[in-house]
Design a protein around this ligand. Sequence first.
Ligand code: URA
Length: 429
Amino acid sequence: MSEPFHAVDVIITKRDRGELSDEQIDWVVDAYTRGVVAEEQMSSLTMAILLNGMNRREIERWTAAMISSGERMNFSGLSRPTADKHSTGGVGDKITLPLAPLVAACGVAVPQLSGRGLGHTGGTLDKLESIPGWRASLDNAQMMAQLEDVGAVICAAGPGLTPADKKLYALRDVTGTVEAIPLIASSIMSKKIAEGTGALVLDVKVGSGAFMKDVNRARELAETMVALGTDAGVTTVALLTNMQTPLGLTAGNALEVRESVEVLAGGGPEDVVELTLALAREMLTAAGRTDVDPAEALDDGRAMDVWRRMISAQGGDPDADLPWAKETHEVRAPADGVLTQLDAYKVGVAAWRLGAGRARKEHSVQAGAGVVMHAKPGAIVRCGDPLLTLHTDDPDLFERALEALDGAFFIAPEGSRPDLLPLVIDRIG
Ligand code: URA
């Protein structure tokens, strides 16, 4: 088949700070997915996009081209509205686990297509796979049936959804082009629009443990994604939330599932509860349910009931004992004082090196590995108190995890006040 463009001309247009036409964008995304545009050509184009940006029309067209590369799901036949949440990824970010059943318990169906972790941030599917028997793969008919029956599904995206993004994301990962805002926004939003959710709440993380270290870049990303969702007919809002320090008191797969179950049982760390409720309120409002209070569904056990049904429906045993790592190592406070800093990125890297995450897609993760935090910024600590417990099956991994934790925390003299950002920094939409 003769091609209407040469890839090199498209690359040169963007290299020279030009605008790509709709036709160029449609062609280059499709031709790359078909294997006609070579990896080195797309690599060069994504670098030109990273350096020279894209305008709103180009981003919207690029997103539409990625959606058209695969199938689109449709939940309009369900008896209740749908809402989904997407987090840009953080350390200890287990919020999807209590959130999906909570929102379902309030009458809004949650179709969550989730991913596995890569790098220092954990993946929701890896966490749930620590539950004996639970499986991530569902076909579209099973997903639809579970949404109607239970109200919540967390599963892996099938190969048919946005294949262009699958290829492009893998390429960006190894060519230093992940950080381009037009490419992040189109990657996330193409998947969410193709997934067919009616409403979407974006949790855009800011801080050391997030993609976006800087609040202004996080705001730009959030605004870009909200505009893409809104223009595609999906009610979309974004919260900018703090990822300077890990969420909750655990980072690691089974450790985070246990903490999520505590939240569903009415306990759990304050920040996890606060963010779960804030996101639940946004999802319910975006789906038109302003008449229900998610705090009640958490308190009276309805969210826990949905969790149990959701886990069982995917083959998991909600009563099974979750795995523990074979070995632990304690990190203790070196002085008396106030913990003013606990760095999300360093804790995330430590959990990853202990076996909770993977360095390459084909690696497996340890279910029990990770980090338990005994204090969060603002806490008063005494010299010798345990600050962190490291968990792994392989004690040889402690040394590299401890290296990652070098400078991860700071203890200031008593009376000092840590300079903490609020958990929810801003709302866009
Ligand atoms: N998550 C995605 O799905 N895509 C990106 O580009 C970045 C984060």
